[in-house]
Design a protein around this ligand. Structure first.
Ligand SMILES: Cc1cc2nc3c(=O)[nH]c(=O)nc-3n(C[C@H](O)[C@H](O)[C@H](O)COP(=O)(O)OP(=O)(O)OC[C@H]3O[C@@H](n4cnc5c(N)ncnc54)[C@H](O)[C@@H]3O)c2cc1C
Length: 343
């Protein structure tokens, strides 16, 4: 059997490993020993018990694959290197995703420690009177909504660098998110950036000082590509994303593919795009084996659900915007459907 090595067990890597495990000698290398449904992670900060619904150990859904819990620190044209071992491949799938600040994403951890980190944040949050969120993008907005939904009395402030929240979305979606948060008492400071954060005080570029008991940094998504700097720096762009062609092959390499947040595809970095890319890579690996023509990946605007706590949300697709309880329910359904595939 040919060897497929997959770096990263997020949406793209886990999907590909699951689909390829019976036909190839698959090795999944991940810094974590589990798959996590990231879109629901913000709920677990206010409701730690929810974590059980959104995590599954890789070994549960990959009985035919080899799982290596380690950090990849180098890649050559024939091998993947971790601190402890060198693993040869015929095909390589790079799906190392992106990093966020803790507790939103965590890299080097096992399932038990992850739950402990989240419980610790909940503990601090429960006691906190003043909560500060940096960034009014999708993550900052969803987190603020979860907090005010669960703890109505808390003073929540968002500092956002632009003149509207969730800037890239439809104006109706933007208006709904802003109205929802303002009605729940969230203070939104527009057009300012954090420049310093010290001893419970945050200072903005316009001289505003905000006291807080807990701060969440919801900006600064970073592609996880440091292990490519040694041999592949020429095909890593300025955003640290890996350049791919339309077949999702890494530029100049026919047997190395990349999917998800790590790629330089100009589209929203979402879980569903990561999975669609992984599905195409799976098909293209079979095409290479059968000496067939490869399929091209087409970026497209796809439906998106933004949750605003348990009972409110926003569904957007092209010019369609639906707000209220239906999108909230839809998000729960997506979580359930995704996790059912891995259980
Ligand atoms: C709070 C939040 C809410 C979101 N909500 C939505 C939503 O509602 N809908 C949606 O579609 N998308 C949503 N997204 C985006 C979505 O989660 C990402 O686009 C998706 O996780 C990308 O999947 P991926 O497989 O590319 O990478 P990731 O999910 O980031 O997985 C990468 C994996 O690689 C591992 N890894 C990294 N470096 C190494 C290394 N050197 N060696 C070994 N392993 C490594 C990581 O530990 C991780 O397990 C949200 C993201 C966040 C943060």
């Amino acid at each position: 059997m040919k060897k497929v090595v997959i770096i990263g067990g997020g949406f793209a890597g886990s999907y590909a490993a699951k689909k390829l495990q019976r036909d190839f000698d698959v090795t999944l290398i991940d810094t974590k020993d589990y798959f996590e449904f990231t879109p629901s992670i913000l709920r677990t900060i206010v409701e730690p018990k929810h974590i059980k619904k959104i995590q599954v150990l890789h070994r549960h859904y990959l009985p035919h694959a080899r799982i290596v819990t380690a950090e990849v620190n180098d890649v050559t044209t024939t091998d993947v290197l971790t601190t402890k071992q060198k693993i040869a491949y015929d095909y390589l799938i790079i799906s190392s995703g992106s990093s966020y600040t803790t507790p939103i994403k965590e890299k080097n951890t096992v399932i038990a420690n992850r739950a402990a980190t989240l419980r610790n944040y909940t503990h601090i949050l429960t006691k906190a009177k003043k909560v500060l969120i940096i960034g009014g993008g999708l993550v900052g907005v969803e987190l603020a909504a979860e907090i005010v939904d669960c703890y109505p009395g808390k003073e929540v402030t968002i500092i956002h660098a632009h003149e509207n929240l969730i800037t890239r979305h439809h104006p109706k979606a933007v208006r709904h998110a802003q109205r929802f948060l303002q009605q729940k008492g969230v203070t939104i400071i527009y057009n300012q950036r954090m420049v310093e954060n010290k001893d419970g005080y945050c200072f903005t570029n316009k001289g505003v000082c905000i006291e807080h008991d807990i701060i969440f940094i919801c900006t600064g998504i970073k592609a996880n590509s440091s292990f490519l700097h040694h041999n592949f720096s020429a095909i890593v762009n300025q955003k640290q994303q890996l350049k791919v062609n339309n077949y999702l092959q890494v530029l100049n390499y026919q047997t190395i593919f990349a999917a998800g947040d790590i790629t330089d595809r100009k589209e929203e970095k979402t879980a569903q795009n990561a999975e669609m890319q992984a599905a195409l890579i799976v098909r293209n690996i079979f095409h290479v084996e059968r000496k067939e023509k490869l399929e091209q990946y087409h970026s497209a605007e796809r439906p998106m659900v933004i949750s605003l706590g348990k009972r409110n949300g926003i569904f957007t697709y092209k010019n369609i915007v639906i707000t209220g309880i239906i999108p909230a329910f839809l998000k729960t359904m997506i979580e359930w459907k995704t996790m059912r595939r891995y259980k």
